[in-house]
Design a protein around this ligand. Structure first.
Ligand code: DAH
Length: 341
């Protein structure tokens, strides 16, 4: 019996070395240590031994069993570790491979210019207000001293929304002057940026939708000098200390006197080129002293108060600021253009 035990031990250890996976190991465990296994069968024969031999053989059989169990366990751990190694190698991720680049967006040049303009005016004590793009003709025209029959109200220039022409897409941000003056007592110091609409053909300097920034200051003793100083300061902050601007007499129904402000062309510095249509100057804004009739219409006494107003074309300001030669670039959303800002 002792030899048989030894044989089982040797044989099993040899088979164990050959085992390639845990299924092999399980089969081996059943074959030797299982209920019908070789070692179990041998132990069942113990009854036939003498009382002296029985405990000796019993001990030997148990130690063989314990040794085989330990070996099986050990081999199992080994196989599992090897399998894990293989898996780790197969699933390895190379963290040094360069990743897929994420494309970051950037602010649209119009928004950049608008933010700069807002900052400049907020720095001068202005607050920012917002108003409707769908406007009453009353506010867009009549209350701005632009009576019925005035050429500015012509149907060929304005997008009217009703048959009686009482509602329209605002053609200017100037109705915000009225909306603010009707609600607020002076002192008033606001800017009102927003979209405006006109029946214009698209070209290098025109679009049927564009942006204006309205400005309005009303207080006691406000003069044309305040208007000039404010706009000069604005131009120098936006375009740099060496920016050159000029004031030109003009006519607007809602200001008296009125002017237009030009900025020297960024392409040709005044010599005249395609961008400025040979003028040397680019029109930047309209401005003037608020007409007494407009003040009175809003319940503000022109004997006590005076004010100035201006309307900046944001596209033109942005084009001058970023040296953009064609307005269409601003709206086409071509990434090659936009990613430059
Ligand atoms: N609203 C005028 C336009 O669209 C621009 C303008 C001129 C605004 C004079 C003003 C102003 O506030 O005082 O042409």
């Amino acid at each position: 019996m002792k030899e048989q035990l030894e044989q089982i031990r040797q044989k099993t250890l040899a088979a164990l070395n050959e085992a390639a996976n845990s299924a092999d190991l399980d089969a081996l465990r059943v074959k030797v240590l299982g209920k019908k296994g070789e070692l179990t069968a041998l132990l069942k024969q113990m009854g036939g031994l003498s009382p002296e031999e029985r405990p000796v053989m019993g001990q030997l059989a148990n130690s063989v069993r314990a040794a085989l169990e330990a070996k099986l366990e050990e081999k199992n751990a080994e196989l599992q570790a090897a399998a894990m190694d293989l898996r780790l190698k197969a699933e390895a991720i190379d963290v040094t491979i360069p990743g897929t680049p994420v494309r970051t967006g950037s602010k649209h040049p119009m928004n950049k210019a608008l933010d700069e303009v807002k900052d400049i005016f907020v720095g001068m004590g202005f607050s920012i207000v917002d108003g409707p793009e769908v406007e009453l003709s009353d506010y867009n025209f009549t209350k701005l001293n632009t009576e019925e029959g005035h050429p500015a109200r012509d149907r060929s220039d304005t997008f009217y929304l009703t048959d009686d022409d009482s509602v329209l897409l605002r053609t200017q941000t100037s109705p915000m002057q009225i909306r603010v003056m009707e609600k607020t007592k002076p002192p008033i110091r606001i800017i009102a940026p927003g979209r405006v609409y006109r029946k214009d053909e698209v070209d290098a300097t025109h679009s049927p939708m564009f942006h204006q920034i309205e400005g309005l200051v009303v207080d006691k003793g406000v003069t044309m000098t305040d208007l000039k100083g404010t706009l000069e300061n604005f131009a120098k902050q936006l375009y740099g200390e060496d920016a050159v601007i000029r004031f030109r007499p003009h006519h607007f129904p809602f200001t008296e006197p009125s002017c237009e402000v030009d900025v020297q062309c960024f392409e040709c510095h005044g010599a005249g080129c395609r961008t400025c249509k040979g003028e040397g100057w680019i029109e930047l804004l309209g401005a003037g002293m608020v007409h007494p009739k407009v003040l009175r219409g809003c319940g503000i006494d022109p004997e006590e108060y005076s004010g100035f107003a201006f309307g900046i074309g944001l596209e033109r300001a942005a084009m001058r600021r970023f040296c953009i030669p064609d307005m269409r670039l601003v709206y086409e959303n071509d990434m090659r253009f936009l990613s430059q800002f």
